[in-house]
Design a protein around this ligand. Structure first.
Ligand SMILES: Cc1cc2nc3c(=O)[nH]c(=O)nc-3n(C[C@H](O)[C@H](O)[C@H](O)COP(=O)(O)OP(=O)(O)OC[C@H]3O[C@@H](n4cnc5c(N)ncnc54)[C@H](O)[C@@H]3O)c2cc1C
Length: 318
């Protein structure tokens, strides 16, 4: 397998374990997997902020992924899965340990069998939605505007326009922290609004979605309508989508608007003028800028309205 840069030695026992893991992976994994050392997470997240991950593995096969998980575990190196980074805010100190991604061709495949779409967890939701449209399968149009992967969407039970991923999922394939692979009908997997806890400690590998027979032109018309509505209400600049969960009293975007915080800037991070629940990176923002803006909004919401805002975006790293 390939390593992208020369590995520079770090200090400390975790760093030595990471060092050892990198060398072991470089020797044992197949050529379809790629190891990146000190990978800036700003390149891997839609908000475009975040420090370096010690090690990032673009796994090419399930066997390589299982080897990597076991090798990390035996060395006490923490690992996490990264999808398209569209719901993540990575702190400026980066991520210690191993980051696994499934963006290689094996995990990005989408195959259509009748009304079923079988896809790898690394496939983009946009591509899944487009493939369903091409085949005249309805019901997956809502996924087209969500900039994540199938795996990230399973973890988040992502959704829009009153539809969510688990409404359309039929079967899941996933890997445990011990590298064991299992399949289950989606009906046996608990999920709730914007979460599926199975994937807190399991890696989504693949999924079968079910579409509804329709025609390409009908599906196309519905997709175009949803897309137009989305782009009227959402900023185009880099972001991580909605920053806060909606509190019971009112949508978070409206609350931010009522607090008069739209357009507020800290460094390169700005509360969007288009949608108050989006923080955009107008260029050169750091994670610290975004975190400071989040704190400012939370403080104002607490002081002025007595509302405790919770983040929807996942904040990780050092
Ligand atoms: C402009 C914009 C618009 C958005 N609109 C919506 C929307 O309408 N609806 C909505 O629900 N969300 C929306 N989002 C948020 C985001 O796109 C979704 O949450 C998406 O599902 C995240 O997928 P991802 O692949 O980017 O995951 P990431 O952000 O990379 O990761 C999110 C979580 O999933 C985990 N994960 C990723 N892949 C796997 C895997 N294979 N196995 C197990 N765990 C995994 C990660 O560890 C992490 O915990 C939007 C984001 C942006 C930037």
């Amino acid at each position: 397998m390939n390593t992208s840069t020369t590995f520079e030695r770090q200090t400390g026992s975790v760093a030595r374990s990471v060092d050892d893991l990198a060398e072991w992976l470089a020797r044992h994994l197949s050529p379809s997997s790629h190891l990146r050392l000190r990978e800036p997470m700003s390149r891997r997240t839609t908000l475009r902020v975040g420090g370096e991950a010690d090690l990032l593995l673009e796994a090419g096969t399930e066997a390589d992924l299982a080897e990597a998980v076991r090798a990390a575990r035996s060395r006490g190196v923490p690992w996490m899965v990264l999808g398209r980074g569209s719901n993540l805010l990575v702190r400026d100190g980066g991520i210690r340990g191993l980051v696994l991604t499934l963006n290689q061709p094996y995990f990005s495949r989408i195959e259509v069998h009748g009304v079923r779409l079988h896809c790898g967890a690394g496939a983009r939701l946009k591509d899944l939605s487009a493939e369903a449209r091409r085949c005249g399968l309805g019901g997956l149009e809502f996924l087209g505007g969500i900039p994540g992967s199938v795996g990230g969407a399973m973890r988040m039970n992502a959704g829009a326009w009153n539809a969510a991923v688990f409404d359309r999922l039929d079967r899941l394939r996933f890997m445990s922290a011990e590298g064991e692979v299992q399949e289950l009908p989606a009906a046996q997997v608990p999920f709730s609004y914007r979460r599926c806890d199975l994937f807190r400690n399991h890696i989504a590998l693949a999924a079968d979605f079910v579409g509804e027979p329709s025609t390409p032109s009908e599906v196309e018309a519905r997709a175009r309508d949803l897309n137009e509505r989305r782009w009227k209400s959402q900023p185009a600049a880099p972001s991580a989508g909605c920053i806060f969960k909606n509190p019971a009293a009112l949508p978070a975007g409206r609350l931010v608007d009522e607090l008069g915080l739209k357009g507020t800037r800290i460094g390169g991070a700005v509360v969007s003028d288009v949608h108050g629940n989006f923080i955009v990176n107008e260029g050169g923002a750091t994670a610290a800028d975004v975190l400071a803006l989040i704190e400012l909004i939370r403080t104002r919401a607490r002081e002025v309205r007595g509302i405790e805002l919770e983040t929807e975006v996942e904040i990780i790293g050092e």
